[in-house]
Design a protein. Structure first.
Length: 422
């Protein structure tokens, strides 16, 4: 590292970064906030288990350490148990003087809003109200709602929350398939009645980055038309087309100042934008400051997995079992050379777009049918087993005859066999 003044100099010298050529943006707005939906939308997934309150609190404190600004803790109006859970969580966060802002969701109906007001009063903490209603023609058709009814329900709900002194974000479900004239009417009415934010929801995972840009630009224009400069824009996206992460990143670039995501992307159906990957990408784009301790990402993701009983796919970026593991000879050889130079920076980057050390992981080398001598020598050296040509070729011969990587016991069995034979 000595010939480079800083890590940045070193990266610039050793890596040509095509991402940075004519980079147009992905610039996080100064007032950007991250909104964690794991404990609301995440829990709408039919395969999860509702975590214990203790696990929910642990997760919320981890969010705070990660520099996540806000979390939705549920729908207190949906059942007495949901209310009591939200109350306990809010009280615990208040007594711990947590910086994390608490939000709750509910339909734009009085019976969903009043529990949030009661919650706020009893916990002694402001609750951000996320009041939602379907706005697209397909939702209107299914529910037999017209725009007048939607606007009227929305206004009533917003009025009650605003009168109680709570911040209201007006959530138009299925915004990405809603008509502009309807959105204009609804957004204007919501702002008139005191909503401080508009949440654009890609409820069914329909949007492409073009759609995100079009919709955010349109919304900015509607807000500008009201003469207000203090109304923020949320982006809430789903992953049905596999575009949730990309859309979330582009939403920031196009002008949303608050973007929603969930741990491991868990959420309704195929889920939401994954929080850990959104933070990771922003960090790699040089957009996150020191307030975001990404070494906590592993713990955060593993806790989401444990608390919600949600398996992590083995090839999942960052936290999957194989994210930093290789059995491939050419890859392993280059990583091993980097390690032999005593150069963790190099070892972390030579064959990975994400440095393992950034989140407290290390590169692992296995032995399999795609391996070469480097894998074997490294494996032996890690265990202080002296290497020799015969041992290496015997292990490799065994590895090449298998249809999967070798277990440690299988490699050790070869080591013992060769030892006994010599
Ligand atoms: C933003 C999103 O992700 S939307 C998903 C929000 N999360 C959830 O739904 C999970 C928690 N939900 C629940 O526990 C229940 O669905 C409850 C308590 C909210 C409602 O339960 P129920 O009263 O039995 O109604 P049910 O769930 O069968 O149907 C939903 C009702 O809400 C109505 N509804 C939905 N949004 C709105 C709205 N903004 N304003 C008025 N009514 C609404 C639907 O039209 C439907 O009404 P209907 O019963 O007259 O047909």
């Amino acid at each position: 590292m000595s010939e480079f003044a800083t890590e940045r100099d070193r990266a610039a010298d050793l890596i040509f970064d095509w991402n940075e050529v004519n980079r147009k943006g992905r610039i996080l707005p100064k007032n950007a906030t991250f909104f964690d939906e794991t404990l609301r939308d995440g829990l709408q997934n039919p395969s999860v288990v509702d975590p214990s309150i203790d696990d929910k609190l642990k997760l919320l404190f981890l969010m705070e350490e990660l520099g996540i600004h806000m979390a939705d803790i549920g729908l207190p109006g949906s059942s007495p148990r949901a209310f009591e859970d939200c109350l306990r969580i809010s009280k615990e966060l208040t007594s711990a003087k947590a910086k994390l802002r608490v939000a709750c969701a509910g339909r734009t109906v009085v019976s969903d809003i009043t529990p949030m007001i009661e919650l706020s009063q009893r916990a002694g903490v402001p609750i951000d109200v996320y009041a939602f209603i379907g706005s697209s023609p397909i939702r209107q058709y299914a529910e037999s709602w017209d725009v007048g009814l939607i606007a009227q329900r929305s206004a009533e709900a917003i009025d009650i929350a605003v009168k109680a002194g709570l911040e209201v974000t007006y959530v138009t479900e299925d915004t990405t398939r809603s008509r502009p004239d309807v959105l204009t009417t609804l957004f204007r009415a919501a702002i008139d009645h005191g909503a401080s934010r508009i949440c654009l929801s890609d409820t069914v995972g329909h949007a492409t980055p073009d759609g995100v840009r079009n919709l955010i630009q349109f919304t900015k224009n509607v807000i500008a038309g009201t003469g207000r400069t203090d109304v923020g824009i949320d982006w809430h996206g789903h992953n049905d087309r596999g575009l949730a992460l990309e859309n979330a990143l582009w939403a920031f670039e196009y002008g949303a100042d608050r973007v929603h995501a969930t741990g491991l992307g868990v959420g309704e159906r195929v889920g939401n934008a994954p929080m850990e990957l959104m933070l990771l990408n922003l960090k790699l784009l040089g957009q996150l400051d020191e307030g975001h301790d990404l070494t906590k990402l592993l713990e955060y993701s593993q806790l989401v997995s444990k608390a919600l009983h949600w398996g992590i796919p083995i090839n999942y970026p960052l936290v999957g079992r194989d994210a930093f593991r290789t059995a491939t000879g050419v890859h392993a050889a280059a990583i091993i050379k980097s390690i032999a130079k005593g150069d963790r920076w190099l070892a972390d980057r030579i064959y990975s777009g994400v440095p393992a050390g950034m989140i407290g992981r290390t590169q692992e080398i296995c032995i399999g049918f795609m391996s070469g001598a480097s894998n074997v020598n490294f494996w032996l050296a890690l265990r202080n087993i002296p290497s020799n040509e015969r041992l290496v070729s015997e292990i490799l011969r065994t590895a090449k005859g298998l249809d999967r990587i070798m277990t440690d016991d299988e490699v050790m069995a070869v080591v013992e066999r060769v030892r006994e034979a010599s």
